[in-house]
Design a protein around this ligand. Structure first.
Ligand code: SAM
Ligand code: SF4
Length: 293
């Protein structure tokens, strides 16, 4: 197993064997993302991958139950190559039941539903799509490269194929100010239509070296305050409609870790969020009142 550069994987894949199929991200233009910024994108040779799989088989063949295909957007590989990789993995690991990958929206749109169905049949069980926002203004501002409608088509084609879709969205991606509430509301509306298996929440972090970091430093983007984060979460949860939708916000970027169905999460946190927001408002009113004397 030979790895190049930093390796990222979603939290639920912590116990997966990671097969690095590409180096970097084929798109690599999102303003907030530092993951593969200084990495030149390339696809690894199939024979190198087969050697990696053979090494993993020799080291832990009878233990591997999950595999994650990295790097940032392995769904960008040609379908024939993905099919060969899947066949090799299932032949090597007798207990394998789960193979997942990140999927960028552009690469997802480059594949047909039939291609996804073939991949599902060959054992691709889950993909993680960076939906980020349902707002066209926000998607454009962060250079995601697709509109909300195109994002919907990408997500729906994965759902239609039967592969489990994890939709990742970013609290605070519209910044503090005019886009915050519409970002949260429109993101919920997009997720309602997309109907993913699981909604993964992350909170926007400005990472050194990114365009977003420079925008924050220059005063062109204001990150949310903790209260504004709570407000966006409240709007998002209140506008999501499918009570059985699984939600996971245990990623380290988040202020409020939540896990469960929409119904459970709403019951757990909405009351607390309301109390905290009420506390904030009464503090502000108190300060304004005292300020008069
Ligand atoms: C590898 S990408 C996901 C798959 C695919 N490359 C895409 O963007 O659609 C990892 C995800 O991490 C999240 N992420 C990246 N940079 C972030 C940041 N600065 N703050 C919070 N979340 C971030 C985004 O949700 C992003 O979609
Ligand atoms: S968020 Fe995803 S698509 Fe955008 S640059 Fe990062 S890895 Fe690539």
């Amino acid at each position: 197993m030979r790895y190049e550069g930093a390796i990222y994987r979603p939290p639920p894949e912590a116990d997966a064997y990671i097969l690095q199929c590409t180096i970097g991200c084929s798109y690599n233009k999102c303003t907030y993302c530092s993951m593969y910024k200084n990495v030149r994108y390339r696809v690894r040779q199939l024979d190198e991958l087969k050697k990696d799989i053979a090494m993993a088989k020799a080291a832990m063949g009878d233990k591997v139950e999950k595999v994650f295909l990295s790097d940032g957007d392995a769904i960008s590989l040609p379908s024939e190559m993905l099919l060969e990789i899947l066949a090799e993995l299932y032949a090597a690991f007798p207990k394998l039941t789960h193979v997942s990958t990140y999927a960028g929206p552009q690469s997802t749109l480059d594949k047909t539903v039939d291609e996804f169905k073939q991949l599902k049949k060959a054992g691709l069980t889950m993909t993680y799509l960076g939906v980020e926002s349902g707002s066209n203004d926000v998607l454009k501002a962060v250079r995601k490269g697709v509109t909300a409608n195109e994002m919907l088509t990408a997500g729906q084609s994965i759902v239609e194929s039967g592969i489990k879709l994890v939709a990742m969205v970013m609290i605070g991606l519209g910044g503090s100010g005019e886009y915050s509430h519409s970002h949260a509301r429109q993101t919920a509306e997009l997720i309602n239509q997309m109907n993913p298996y699981l909604l993964g929440l992350l909170t926007t972090v400005a990472i050194d070296g990114t365009t977003l970091f420079r925008q924050v430093q220059q005063g062109d983007f204001k990150l949310l305050s903790p209260y504004e984060v709570l407000e966006e979460i409240k709007i998002l949860l209140e506008n999501l409609q499918r009570e059985g939708l699984l939600i996971d916000s245990t990623h380290g970027s988040n202020l409020l870790p939540m896990k469960g169905t929409l119904q459970q999460v709403k019951a757990d946190v909405l009351g607390h969020i309301d109390n905290l927001l009420l506390e904030k408002n009464s503090n502000l009113i108190g300060k304004a009142y005292l300020g008069r004397f």
